[in-house]
Design a binder for this molecule. Structure first.
Ligand SMILES: [Zn+2]
Length: 424
């Protein structure tokens, strides 16, 4: 079970506590529930000289899902973990649809309108809306978690590979040339570059060995541009021949080109880095190779939140992750401002009301419904509400959707904030 966040009477974050301790505090009225998700309590009496240890917020940004973990560097405890699912694709689909509707409208035969062009500008830091949405999700959660937990530093996985260190082994530290990390970083890079298959016979799903295109014995170097991956039989068959002599002259040219994805750095990660840099917290960056090395060293499975916990050089030698239950956060957005829906030809077919709030509820609120017995939906339900003007709401909860719950049975537990939650 993940820990519970604790705030003092001034709403300043204290050290997270165990669920059992939180229950005791709540039972004795020494604390009250501050927030349902992520579960946070607020103390009712002031604490003299509260002791807090600096925690580290670790982020592994992804295009669909971002892993988040809070790690105590001193003890290796992971009091909180989450996986944040983005809605980048939905944003793109919605904008594509809007663009089509508008284009259709402009192509209709209407009165003459003067052509307008080159009348749009974009600011320097502009990002596509789908990327901006992902970025906003992450920044929102960074600022939310900072209010709930004494976070003193941030670790961010910035790049998949440290390409500079790979390309110029001479300039980097001893760790890269001789350490175990070199093997990880290098292997992952080569796997990505050579499509996870043998460069000679194109065999997939076989053990691959790092192979010198021009063998060391023939004056080849250890540089990445001279390395490829080969299955064991190809490696043995090639022996001390160069790739050209072995019958693969194109390979030598291909090897000289660096991996495009790795060199052209991931736009979102860099944008996130530049925006996080402006926060007062010190920020540490790590590479994907380092993350994998940290994770494999501790025999941890590959999940987004465990990857996040393993980001960066500051990762403790032993992470205590048993029983940590990641919070699955799904970005849902705040609805849309579209006032009229259209059919597939772009004609308006229905209009929405100007209101979003009915009977004091809004779509996305987490509510508790106590439906009395004798009705189809009788019982107690807790879930995310979907409001209607008629007052008959739908409730989305873990077991499925409960339709037609009337507003009079509902009470708000937590107002909607653009996210829905599940326990992993
Ligand atoms: Zn092969």
């Amino acid at each position: 079970m993940s820990n519970v966040f604790v705030l003092d009477t001034n709403r300043q974050p204290l050290m997270p506590c165990t669920p059992a301790r939180a229950r005791t505090l709540l039972r004795h009225h020494k604390a009250a529930v501050f927030r349902r998700v992520p579960f946070t309590i607020v103390l009712t009496h002031p604490v003299l000289n509260p002791q807090t240890q600096p925690m580290r917020l670790k982020i592994d940004p992804g295009s669909r899902t971002t892993g988040i973990a809070i790690v105590d560097d001193a003890t290796g405890m992971v009091p909180f973990a989450a996986e944040l699912s983005h809605r980048g694709e939905q944003v793109k689909a919605a904008l594509d649809r809007r663009r089509q509707v508008r284009r259709g409208r402009r192509f209709r035969h209407t009165r003459y309108r003067q052509v307008r062009f080159l009348n749009r500008g974009r600011r320097e830091s502009w990002l596509p809306p789908s990327l901006e949405s992902r970025l906003a999700n992450i920044l929102t959660w960074v600022s939310r978690l900072r209010k709930l937990c004494p976070i003193a530093a941030i670790s961010l996985e910035l790049v998949k590979f440290d390409t500079q260190a790979l390309q110029n082994p001479e300039i980097s530290g001893v760790e890269y040339q001789q350490g175990i990390l070199a093997g990880y970083e290098l292997r992952e890079y080569l796997l990505a570059k050579w499509d996870r298959m043998c460069a000679y016979c194109k065999a997939k799903q076989v053990p691959l060995q790092i192979e010198h295109i021009v063998p060391l014995a023939r004056g080849g170097s250890n540089r990445v541009s001279n390395l490829t991956l080969a299955c064991e039989s190809c490696n043995r068959a090639k022996g001390v021949q160069t790739a050209r002599e072995f019958g693969y002259p194109a390979l030598q040219e291909q090897a000289k080109r660096p991996l495009r994805d790795a060199t052209a750095a991931n736009t979102m990660r860099w944008a996130l880095f530049t925006r996080l840099k402006t926060s007062i917290l010190p920020i540490e960056v790590g590479t994907g190779g380092r993350t994998k090395y940290n994770r494999c060293r501790q025999n941890l499975p590959k999940t987004h939140w465990l990857d996040a916990a393993c980001v960066g050089a500051s990762t403790p030698v032993k992470l205590w992750v048993e029983g940590v239950c990641p919070l699955l956060i799904q970005a849902t957005g705040h609805g849309h401002r579209r006032q009229c829906d259209t059919d597939k030809y772009g004609f308006p077919i229905r209009h929405r009301t100007r209101h979003k709030r009915f009977f004091g509820f809004q779509t996305g609120d987490i509510v508790r419904a106590r439906v009395p017995s004798g009705r189809k939906t009788s019982g107690v339900h807790i879930g995310r509400v979907l409001v209607r003007a008629s007052g008959k709401f739908d409730l989305c909860k873990a077991g499925g959707r409960v339709p037609g719950v009337h507003a009079r049975y509902c009470s708000v537990l937590q107002h909607g904030s653009g996210y829905s939650y599940e326990l992993g």
